[in-house]
Design a protein around this ligand. Structure first.
Ligand code: SME
Length: 149
């Protein structure tokens, strides 16, 4: 599945100019093509502030359009610069619930010139669905997006 999606990600990047349009198309593609991706979105650091703002996303609207560094899975990744895979969100103390249907989450940081400027965030309604395949695929997605930011 991910091997078939990689060229489609590259093709979106090659055939569009506007970063927001590109990220929106990627969110829509991932949500519709990956069965265990139920919410897909990008968050970005807000200038010099220690907070993240929601960017393009696909899925239900969320109240959490601004997340302080350190808060929730997203806020922790803003500080750790590392992938965060959560097989069971109920087992996390520092977690911001967006929907009661969500069982698991993965957040992968997005680097531009070595700086962690944002992240891709996936929520899943399936328990424990994420593997290293998801991590390497989402790292690829972020590397592609970084080229146009
Ligand atoms: N669950 C995230 C918040 C963002 S929503 O999933 C869209 C977190 O704990 O940071």
């Amino acid at each position: 599945m991910f091997d078939a999606l990689r060229p489609r990600i590259s093709s979106i990047i090659e055939s569009n100019n506007d970063p927001k349009t590109i990220m929106q198309k990627i969110c829509d593609l991932l949500k519709s093509e990956v069965p265990h991706y139920d919410w897909v979105g990008f968050y970005f650091k807000n200038g010099d502030k220690r907070e993240l703002n929601l960017g393009p996303y696909a899925g239900e609207p969320t109240d959490h359009t601004t997340i302080p560094f350190g808060k929730g899975i997203c806020g922790q990744v803003a500080e750790s610069n590392q992938n965060f895979v959560v097989p069971d969100v109920k087992a996390q103390d520092n977690y911001i619930a967006c929907s009661i249907t969500v069982k698991a989450e993965i957040v992968v940081p997005l680097f531009v010139n070595g700086e962690n400027i944002g992240q891709i965030d996936i929520d899943s309604n399936t328990p424990n669905p994420f593997t290293e395949e998801d991590e390497s695929f989402l790292e690829f997605v972020n590397e592609e997006v970084a080229k146009i930011l």
